[in-house]
Structure formats: C-alpha cells, structure tokens
Design a protein around this ligand. Structure first.
Ligand code: 2BA
Length: 106
C-alpha cells in the first residue's frame, strides 16, 4: 500500500474530489497553504493499493491545471519586500508517493 499526498490548487479540488469518489477511491482533504504565495491550496491524502497508484496519479493529472499567479508588490518574500509584481506558474500538482508500513481501519 502507498500513501499519496497531492497538493493541488483550491480551484481544482472539488472536481478532483468528485472524480475520486466516482472511482471509489477514498481520500482525505486538508485545507493547506503554500509557504511561497501564502495562498490557500488543498492537500489530498489518499491511501491506495500499489497497483492503483498510477491510475490515481493520472486522475490527479487530469484535474490539476497550471495557472499563472502574481506575487503582489509589498508581499514579503523571505526577508525581502517586492516592489513590482512577479508572475509565477503554479501547478498542476505536487505529488509525493510514500510507502505505508501498516493500514488500520475499523
Ligand atoms: P507555494 O509554496 O505557495 O508556491 C507557489 C508557486 O510559487 C510554486 O508552484 C512555484 O511556481 C513558485 N515557488 C515556490 N517556491 C519558490 C521559490 N523558492 N522560488 C521561486 N518560485 C517558487 P508549484 O511548484 O506548483 O507549487 C504549488 C504548491 O505546492 C506550493 O505553494 C506548496 O504549497 C506545494 N509544494 C510545492 N513543492 C513542494 C515541496 N517540495 N514540498 C512541499 N510542498 C510543496
């Protein structure tokens, strides 16, 4: 078994959630935020059998879109302050696949 941790943009979370439910793939959604943009994002925790990992990654890919976002002037970036807008490309998704030592569900 594996644990997939997938960070997606909030805008993609509802559709991804629906697609996972439709495929009977269980997931937990966490409201998170990125350290760089400090904007909200959504983290999915998905416990899944090894042979279904690729299928889940394909589903996440289908519903996670790349978007341009702006760091606005005066937004703190580390200790530096910006004085003009900076464009960054966010997403599709950031995915970690971890081995699961044991899975207990009752
Ligand atoms: P944020 O940390 O808010 O980052 C948003 C976007 O800003 C990133 O998009 C990337 O394009 C840019 N960015 C982040 N850190 C940067 C830096 N030090 N210098 C220049 N540009 C930087 P994504 O790479 O698609 O990441 C989207 C979100 O996924 C991140 O939000 C963060 O919440 C998460 N994430 C990305 N990589 C991660 C990692 N290695 N570990 C944990 N979370 C990660």
């Amino acid at each position: 078994m594996k644990l997939i941790i997938a960070i997606v943009q909030d805008e993609d979370a509802a559709e991804l959630s629906r697609a996972l439910i439709k495929k009977e793939i269980r997931a937990t959604k966490l409201a998170t935020s990125g350290s760089f943009l400090k904007a909200g994002n959504t983290t999915f925790m998905i416990g899944i059998e090894d042979q279904k990992v690729d299928e889940v990654i394909e589903i996440i890919k289908t519903y996670s879109h790349k978007r341009e976002q702006y760091l606005t002037p005066n937004m703190a970036m580390g200790s530096a302050m910006l004085n003009k807008s900076v464009e960054v490309t966010v997403g599709g998704a950031t995915i970690f696949v971890l081995p699961v030592e044991s899975f207990i569900h009752f």
